[in-house]
Design a protein around this ligand. Structure first.
Ligand code: SF4
Length: 188
């Protein structure tokens, strides 16, 4: 298991070490103070995998959701259960595991959803803009777009990883949490 992360470091870590799929969800929840179910599952289980403890997870989601769309009371009633459930604290007490790239890539986000794999589910225009915001240079952006067009989504993600870390990733990216771990290895 990876070291714990705390809420105060999470914005910084999201910028440096989250793969684009999770970075996008994270930015959306900060922006909209809401995420639909598919996004809450994808990001929530990822955050659990990177070491966010259940109490910190509850505090993180509540701070966002309680701001706008749902009040604190409704959050406690409708959303807190699901978060504890993901951590195996409710229901069958299954300890749910974070989604692999394959699972994320095969998901089918609908209108208003922000989950999924950007290399597959973003328009080319949105993908270009997102990569530029991550600091990927324009030549590499074209390589990434090319991989995505040819449906090599994980290779596109690996190229992005290598560009933003200035370091090779020989294993390739196959899991969002693996992306995070490889990133932290380089940055720490
Ligand atoms: Fe996320 Fe995997 Fe897609 Fe990268 S390839 S953005 S880690 S789902």
């Amino acid at each position: 298991e990876f070291a714990e992360i705390s809420i105060k470091d999470i914005d910084q870590i999201a910028k440096t070490s989250f793969p684009l799929c999770m970075r996008h969800l994270f930015e959306k929840v900060r922006e909209d103070h809401h995420l639909k179910h598919g996004g809450r599952m994808q990001l929530g289980l990822f955050l659990k995998g990177v070491g966010l403890k259940v109490d910190d997870a509850l505090a993180f989601w509540k701070a966002e959701f309680a701001q706008k769309v749902v009040g604190a009371e409704r959050f406690d009633k409708e959303y807190a259960y699901n978060i504890r459930h993901n951590y195996g604290r409710e229901g069958k007490r299954t300890d749910y595991t974070p989604y692999s790239c394959q699972k994320v890539i095969l998901s089918t986000p609908g209108v208003g959803d922000h989950h999924g794999c950007p290399y597959r589910h973003f328009s080319e225009e949105n993908l270009r803009a997102a990569l530029a915001r991550m600091g990927v240079g324009s030549r590499i952006v074209e390589d990434v777009i090319d991989k995505a067009r040819n449906r090599h989504y994980q290779l596109a993600c690996t190229l992005t990883f290598e560009a933003v870390h200035g370091s090779s990733c020989d294993a390739g990216i196959n899991h969002p949490n693996q992306y995070f771990i490889e990133s932290q290895k380089i940055l720490q």
